[in-house]
Write a protein that binds this ligand. Structure first.
Ligand SMILES: [Cu+2]
Length: 159
């Protein structure tokens, strides 16, 4: 099992031309073994207006397979931590709830977008700067992962 993972890591890195050189091999858990039928488009990371605050990641996930796929975690390269969040209200005030898994329906699509679902990216490194890209990885129930670049945008840019 371990060998198979390492082969996947090696192939992944070769294909990407060593995109993430700062990472130790032990942390290459983002090497994608993308679930069949899952694709992600329109990914962007909005930097916070105030440095030190979390950023928000938005994207569209499409599931062309005929079974439901549950996202259970997210990670963002350059962020100290990342959580799945849902915008809602509490006591008539805007509020964010952490969610622990979210379904991408079979033959369906799920949008992470302003005012709704998003990935909150905490403790962003200075290397995550407008005009660049940050690699985002989603982990599905069962362990499959998909990684994709999110365009980093300044706080005032189009979300
Ligand atoms: Cu949030």
């Amino acid at each position: 099992m371990r060998n198979r993972i390492w082969i996947a890591v090696a192939l992944g890195l070769a294909g990407m031309g060593l995109a993430s050189c700062g990472e130790k091999p032990q942390q290459a858990q983002t090497a994608p073994e993308a679930p069949a039928g899952i694709s992600v488009t329109n990914a962007r990371l909005m930097l916070p207006a105030v440095k030190g605050n979390p950023g928000a990641v938005y994207f569209d996930v499409k599931n062309d397979s005929d079974k439901n796929m549950m996202i259970r975690a997210a990670s963002v390269a350059g962020a100290g931590s990342a959580v799945l969040h849902q915008m809602g209200t509490w006591n008539n005030q805007p509020n964010m709830d952490e969610i622990f898994q979210i379904d991408v329906p079979a033959k369906g699509e799920l949008k992470f977008e302003p005012g709704g679902l998003h990935v909150m990216a905490n403790d962003l490194a200075d290397t995550v700067a407008a005009g660049g890209n940050a690699e985002v990885t989603l982990t599905f129930v069962g362990g499959d992962k998909i990684s994709f670049p999110a365009e980093v945008r300044a706080a005032g840019d189009e979300r």
